[in-house]
Unconditional design. Structure first.
Length: 213
């Protein structure tokens, strides 16, 4: 099933193909926004929810590959499906290395395009859900007291309650009370879950990788 709450953006300078793709997508209940050039796309406001981009490789002015690089530089992670009437292997390799979902040569079957769009939209929805979960996790961490945050970091580092108590100069029983409270606030059902939350929040520095000999 394609995601009816998502938006498919289409950039192609061929008006007939652009209109055809638009009709196909709208017949399936998808929101399709059509552009004839990259400059027109750049000037538009991008949708706030999940989306993907169907992008012609060869366009007047900047190419589709240039737009792919520009979006990557701007950290805009919209999934891209390339379409072209004049593709070659180096071009397709460059597109896929840049993270493209697919590289379709015209004329392509409707189902090929729809399969690629479905994959792109599912990836973008997963990204939105992950970002939303991280915002929620940060909100829970912000609700902790300074002492609870300090203890959460120590727990995530694998320190025992007795060690934490000695480090910060409070009773072990007090550490356990703080730990219990912070786990409840963080909605962590185990120390392992709390450790994973700390990793997602980047509270624990990554161990340096050993240098090759």
């Amino acid at each position: 099933m394609l995601d009816a709450t998502a938006t498919v953006l289409v950039i192609d300078d061929d008006p007939a193909l652009r209109a055809s793709i638009g009709r196909l997508l709208r017949s399936l209940g998808l929101d399709a926004r059509l552009f004839e050039s990259i400059s027109e796309f750049i000037e538009a406001d991008l949708p706030k929810g999940p989306s993907c981009l169907v992008l012609d490789v060869r366009l007047p002015g900047r190419s589709g590959l240039e737009l792919q690089r520009q979006l990557a530089t701007a950290n805009q992670k919209i999934p891209i499906i390339f379409i072209t009437g004049h593709g070659d292997i180096p071009m397709s390799v460059q597109a896929m290395k840049g993270g493209a979902i697919d590289f379709l040569t015209k004329p392509f079957r409707d189902q090929e395009l729809l399969d690629a769009i479905q994959l792109g939209l599912s990836r973008d929805r997963a990204r939105y859900e992950n970002e939303g979960a991280l915002v929620d996790l940060k909100g829970r961490f912000e609700s902790l007291s300074p002492r609870e945050r300090e203890i959460m970091v120590q727990v995530a580092l694998g320190r025992l309650s007795k060690q934490i108590a000695g480090d910060i100069g409070i009773a072990e029983a007090t550490v356990k009370v703080h730990r219990s409270r912070l786990m409840r606030k963080m909605k962590a059902h185990s120390l392992l879950a709390l450790g994973r939350m700390a990793e997602k929040l980047q509270l624990v520095p990554e161990e340096p990788k050993p240098k090759p000999h």
